[in-house]
Design a protein around this ligand. Structure first.
Ligand code: GLU
Length: 476
């Protein structure tokens, strides 16, 4: 078989950027200024483990500082490299602009297989990496705020934030140096589920527009839609769980590193997740057919495909065979530029990564604001709201007594109405609002311009326009 020439991940992002920029009227030179990555810092550091020194390579790339701090996750994986972190940092710039979180774009990575290390070793490595970054202001509440990404989570974020705090003992905003922390270390409710929740809200918003649904050759609502999800990590798991448990969608396929599960009647996401936790993979899971070749299920019949694993999984070698009429990119960059073109020609609708998976950074933004304001959301107003609601309820109760059998309050109205919103509810409401508004801004461009064929190009146009305005306001 002849090898198919595919651009690198960063080149792929640049190609998509160029496609959109060519439809815009940007001042000369600004297009390139926005596209290029401002700086990438590479660090090699040694950690003494198991009696010898191990050398690790890490990166933190800053794509655009039109707004500061810059924001983006830190990935732990063996395959991490400069091209990848630069592509991911660029996507962060566009993502933040699209969902209006006031950040520039950044991303980091450490070449490591975290499964090879004990917890205390990982802590040592993470703290050392964080030290190297913090020392250069690449972790800093006002300049660069990391978050979780593949291979990292709350635990690593708590170590990093603590490392920053140890190095900056008088910084009252130290907790805002990293987001995605556990609740007891300054985190916010709903951050872990945020990206998956964002996928759910994005799909709900898409299905609120019958015209858009029709473009994908679909009809109706999310209820009963057949979904295939690739990757049951934090994002894929939460998205699949919420969509199946709350929106009536049917998860018919789950693709993992050791093959795929398929069941046209639907698969119980929670039980597969438990199976993976216990057995390390999906093999031998009893209530679905297992195929060792995961790629086959990626190409299977379904209504919605959710790639929630790595970049580049839908590429020139399989794009033609992808049957899903609607793809929502939960991962960053799962569709290469070449595959994107093939799918566009086939009429596949793609809800692009920079919008679809923006739930994570949106809730990170709420966490950062919470840390800077040093107060939990809802703490001041919750009881006051409850008291005002109480007034209305007592008036309604009076009316209820007066009207006798003619009218009465719906049984659970009182409890539902009286309950003031807690932090989790406020976070979800803020996230929902963000996902709706950002979709509408993309959609506006998609529908109003004949030269914009797809949501991705529309998303880039909205994002680039905002970044360019911000640069121009600075006099560039
Ligand atoms: N790593 C996530 C992303 O790719 C989250 C970034 C953040 O919260 O800053 O969007």
């Amino acid at each position: 078989m002849t090898a198919i020439k595919e651009p690198s991940f960063r080149e792929s992002v640049d190609l998509m950027f160029n496609r959109a920029a060519s439809l815009m009227d940007l001042p000369p030179g600004l297009e390139e200024k926005i596209r290029v990555c401002n700086a990438t810092y590479t660090v090699r550091f040694g950690v003494r483990l198991r009696g010898e020194i191990h050398t690790f390579t890490g990166y933190r790339s800053v794509h655009s500082e039109h707004m500061e701090p810059v924001k983006g996750g830190i990935r732990y994986a063996l395959a991490v490299n400069q091209d990848e972190v630069e592509a991911l940092a660029a996507l962060m710039t566009y993502k933040c602009a699209l969902v209006e979180t006031p950040f520039g774009g950044s991303k980091g990575g450490l070449c490591i297989d975290p499964r090879q290390y004990e917890e205390h070793e990982l802590e040592q490595i993470t703290r050392r990496f964080a030290y190297e970054l913090a020392k250069r202001d690449l972790i800093n509440p006002s300049q660069n705020v990391p978050a979780p990404d593949m291979g990292t989570g709350e635990r690593e974020m708590a170590w990093m934030a603590d490392q920053y705090a140890r190095m900056n003992t008088t910084d009252i905003n130290a907790r805002a140096s990293v987001t995605g922390k556990p609740l007891n270390a300054g985190g916010i409710s709903g951050r872990v589920e945020a990206t998956g929740r964002g996928i759910q809200y994005a799909l709900r918003e898409f299905f609120r527009h019958p015209e858009d649904v029709q473009k994908a050759g679909l009809s109706g609502k999310l209820d009963g839609k057949r979904i295939i999800v690739q990757g049951l990590g934090n994002v894929g798991y939460h998205a699949a769980k919420f969509l199946s448990e709350e929106d009536g969608s049917r998860i018919v396929g789950i693709i993992e590193w050791d093959g795929a599960l398929y069941n046209p009647d639907g698969i119980d996401v929670e039980s597969v997740r438990q199976w993976i936790v216990k057995h390390g993979g999906v093999s031998n899971y009893p209530d679905a057919t297992h195929s060792a070749e995961g790629g086959e299920v990626l190409e299977a019949e379904c209504d919605i495909l959710i790639p929630a694993a790595l970049e580049g999984v839908i590429n020139l070698s399989n794009a033609e065979r992808i049957k899903a009429p609607l793809i929502i990119e939960a991962a960053n960059g799962p569709v290469t530029a070449g595959a994107d073109e093939i799918l566009r020609k086939k009429g596949t609708v793609i809800i692009p990564d920079m919008y679809a998976n923006a739930g994570g950074v949106t809730v990170s933004y709420f966490e950062w604001v919470k840390n800077l304001s040093h107060i939990r959301f809802g703490r001041m107003q919750r009881r006051q709201e409850e008291a005002r609601h109480e007034l209305i309820v007592s008036e309604l109760e009076r009316l209820d007594r007066y009207l006798g059998d003619a009218w009465s309050m719906t049984p659970d109205f009182k409890t539902k109405y009286l309950k003031g919103a807690d932090e989790l509810e406020l976070v979800r409401s803020g996230l929902d609002d963000t996902m709706r508004i950002a979709y509408q801004s993309m959609r506006e461009v998609w529908h109003s311009r004949d030269d914009v064929e797809d949501l991705r190009t529309a998303a880039y146009i909205v994002a680039i326009d905002r970044v360019s305005k911000s640069y121009r306001a600075k006099g560039l």
